[in-house]
Design a protein around this ligand. Structure first.
Ligand SMILES: [Fe+2]
Length: 314
């Protein structure tokens, strides 16, 4: 029998399957904002809410998981929790492991082989610390446990599947830019759209953004992180906007069926966020070692790598 490896394995309770997304839509709007991977960044949250408030018409904002992560300060944790739960929220692996830790799941990230062992060990220690914070916030665990892992939304005349990981599970990497870059990954995503009866999926979790057309009428958009930089040399987060109307000032986007699908930059106060991060995770701490470089300088990834409108997969 294979030994469970904390942070590497995907707990059985994380699995739902694309069929689960074929359920009736829980939201009916003209514009849907989706923000995954806020990671406890209150400054990105403030910017997101500011942009969302300006959006006219029938709308919804969905936090598709991992809104907590760096917010080990109980005051910050409480503010994130309160604010996010005023909107439509789903749980990611972080909230799931805070609410009801699965044995040997660690951080619940289900990290693939290309993520190093040291990073995985640090993530497992970060979740342990965050659990101590969550225990000090009365009622938080129960609130997070009650959140859904997936959601179907009706945007205009189209159905959209919203997940944290991929079509199969909460911490799946099937909608990561790495997996979608392969023909097999893109074909699986297209089949998942058919099984879920959706025009596209919006996801997060794998931490790098991608907007990929799967064929003329189907796509996956992964916002990477709302609360961390997503591209080299930048310091803004990203949110996803899906609407019957084209938005103003999207970083990139595509027309998918009757929808505009766009990545929107969250230009938060990066200096203030860095100070807040360092106060919670000083040099030498686990989160500093894993994330400071990205927070200060962005990952080795470019926007032109994220937008994939090329030949549909066959
Ligand atoms: Fe995640």
């Amino acid at each position: 029998m294979t030994e469970p490896r904390p942070g590497r394995t995907c707990p059985v309770a994380y699995r739902y399957g694309a069929q689960a997304l074929a359920a009736p839509a829980a939201l009916q709007v003209d514009t849907l904002w989706v923000a995954g991977g806020l990671y406890g960044n209150l400054f990105a949250l403030e910017r997101l809410l500011e942009l969302y408030r300006r959006e006219p018409g029938r709308k919804a904002l969905v936090f598709n998981g991992d809104f907590h992560w760096f917010d080990v300060n109980p005051g910050d944790f409480l503010r994130v929790n309160r604010s996010v739960l005023e909107h439509c929220a789903m749980r990611g692996n972080v909230e799931t492991e805070l609410a009801s830790p699965a044995e040997s799941a660690g951080c619940g990230c289900g990290y693939p082989d290309w993520v190093g062992d040291e990073d995985v060990a640090r993530s497992n220690r970060i979740i342990e610390r965050l659990r101590e914070t969550a225990r000090r916030v009365p009622g938080a665990a129960a609130q997070l446990a009650a959140l859904s892992m997936h959601l179907a939304a009706q945007v205009g005349a189209e159905r959209v599947g919203i997940v944290h990981g991929d079509a199969e599970s909460l911490a799946g990497w099937g909608f990561s830019q790495e997996v979608l870059a392969g023909g097999q990954g893109a074909r699986a995503a297209r089949e998942a759209c058919a099984r879920a009866g959706v025009r596209l999926f919006a996801s997060s979790h794998s931490c790098l953004p991608v907007l990929q057309l799967l064929d003329a009428g189907h796509a996956v958009i992964n916002n990477g992180a709302a609360g961390m930089p997503n591209f080299a040399g930048t310091r803004f987060g990203l949110a996803t906007r899906i609407s019957v109307r084209r938005g103003a000032g999207a970083l990139y986007g595509a027309r998918v069926g009757g929808l505009w699908v766009e990545a929107v930059a969250l230009e938060y106060d990066a200096a203030a966020w860095e100070r807040s991060f360092l106060a919670q995770w000083p040099a030498g701490s686990d989160a500093h070692r894993s994330y400071y470089q990205r927070i200060a300088h962005g990952p080795r990834y470019a926007a032109k790598q994220a937008l994939r409108l090329g030949e549909p997969v066959t």
